[in-house]
Design a protein around this ligand. Structure first.
Ligand code: HEM
Length: 409
């Protein structure tokens, strides 16, 4: 991290490029510097601010009236952000989210447990058959990307015959590095949207007992007594958002967890001895190295915090990736400790109105992945020093991670 002597006030200034490989490899020294030296950090070249302390991030998440999502949640402003839930403000966000939570209820997500477990088992046993106890393979492509894809297709009720295409497009969306880029992502976005849109039209003509048909039929009255129903393109958009939000995050959390456990072997020993600790370990994985580190907002009015005034209509990033390493909230934050008394506010899923819709499902997927890994292959080993990363700002995690399963239990 480059600390320069160019001075703002009496403090040294840090150069922070959110697109740099240095940040992608290890964002935590940057966050530490910000929390201690500039809790409201102004990135001047790109003209955005970062809130990095736990209390500030948490409060800003709860204050959607000041910190608006309407210009999108990435560093750059986005047009049409309001087409997805993440980019909606009140009052539309309220009823739009209520519709989604009605259809994608906690019960519906809980009912997926046996499906998730079966898929995790099939994938792990399949890789064992292919590579044996000593064969090295990529945990990301052969396991962590695959599992949430199956799960999201099941959650959304995608018919069997379309799942291979959803897989293909979602993998295209996640492709990073050589040859991959925004064009490919856009193509995948359009491909998924088209697929969901056609399906909505089919279900409108011939309803089935599935989430799309439920959303088509759903009518919801908001606080003002106005009734809302979703159009075909809105339903397709909601599905696209779920497919993307529910896939990449989990796909990254699993290898991040494996790396943390490898780097803190005493924790791995504890988990191997008692897999009932896995769910609490998942909380710690998400605190220690959360897949979603920066949530973008735009100020609706001037705000002054820690002596810094952020003008109205400025981009502000809420750095949950930094909040979860704030020693003010978590003692010894850089230590991965599965027995830590973790904060129940789970800020790594966001907070306030935009709090993640898939919390329960995400936690179950990650937990089941590790429960099956420890039960079947207690000697599994990953090689963090050979993990590959690419510089992306929206989701943190590795693009590749070598793993060896070891002997079957
Ligand atoms: C480990 C996995 C996951 C993490 C760390 C995560 C994190 C987050 C975060 C931080 C937000 C808030 C963004 C903001 O405030 O700007 C969010 C929102 C959201 N997440 Fe997740 N997520 C995960 C998995 C999932 C899954 C599995 C699904 C779907 C099944 C999902 C669907 C959504 C949706 C639809 C929203 C938008 C909610 C709204 O705007 O009201 N997420 N997630």
């Amino acid at each position: 991290m480059a600390e320069q002597d160019v001075v703002e006030g009496s403090k040294p200034e840090m150069h922070f490029d959110p697109y740099s490989m240095e940040y992608a490899l290890d964002p935590y020294p940057f966050y530490e510097w910000m929390r201690e030296n500039a809790p409201v950090f102004h990135q001047k070249e790109m003209d955005f601010y970062i809130l990095s302390r736990y209390e500030d991030v948490w409060k800003a998440h709860r204050d959607a009236a000041i910190y608006s999502s309407a210009a999108g949640v990435t560093i750059e402003r986005q047009d049409n952000a309001g087409m997805i839930l993440l980019g909606k403000d009140a009052p539309d966000h309220g009823w739009a989210k209520a519709m989604m939570t009605k259809v994608f209820s906690r019960e519906r997500m809980e009912a997926l447990d046996p499906f998730i477990r079966q898929r995790a088992v099939d994938l792990l046993e399949g890789t064992y058959k292919k590579h044996g106890p000593d064969g090295e393979f990529d945990m990301v492509t052969e396991f962590s990307v695959e599992l949430p894809l199956y799960v999201i297709s099941e959650l959304l009720g995608i018919p069997e015959e379309l799942r291979a295409e959803v897989h293909h497009q979602a993998n295209k969306f996640l492709a990073r590095g050589d040859g991959a880029g925004e064009d490919l992502q856009m193509e995948a976005n359009m491909g998924l949207f088209g697929l969901f849109y056609d399906l909505v039209q089919k279900r409108r003509a011939d309803p089935k007992d599935d989430p799309i048909s439920l959303l088509i039929a759903l009518e919801l009255e908001d606080d003002q007594g106005v009734k809302h129903k979703l159009g075909d393109d809105e339903i397709a958009m909601r599905f696209l958002e779920m497919a993307i939000a529910g896939h990449e995050t989990v796909a990254k959390a699993i290898p991040s967890g494996a790396i943390a456990m490898e780097l803190f072997p005493a924790e791995k020993v504890k988990l191997r001895a008692d897999i009932s600790k896995v769910p609490q370990a998942v909380q710690e994985v998400l605190r220690f190295d959360p897949p979603s580190q920066l949530q973008g907002r735009c100020t609706t009015r001037e705000v002054t915090l820690h002596g810094v005034t952020i003008p109205a209509d400025k981009r502000v990033m809420l750095a949950t990736g930094s909040a979860t390493r704030d020693p003010r909230a978590f003692p010894n934050p850089d230590v991965f400790d599965i027995d830590r008394d973790n904060d129940t506010r789970t800020v790594f899923f966001g907070f306030g109105v935009h709090k993640c819709l898939g919390i329960h499902l995400a936690q179950r997927e990650i937990a089941i992945a590790f429960e099956e890994l420890y039960t079947r292959f207690p000697d599994w080993k990953v090689f963090p020093d050979r993990a590959t990363r690419v510089a992306v700002t929206n989701v943190r995690g590795v693009a590749g991670l070598p793993i060896v399963l070891g002997q079957h239990a």
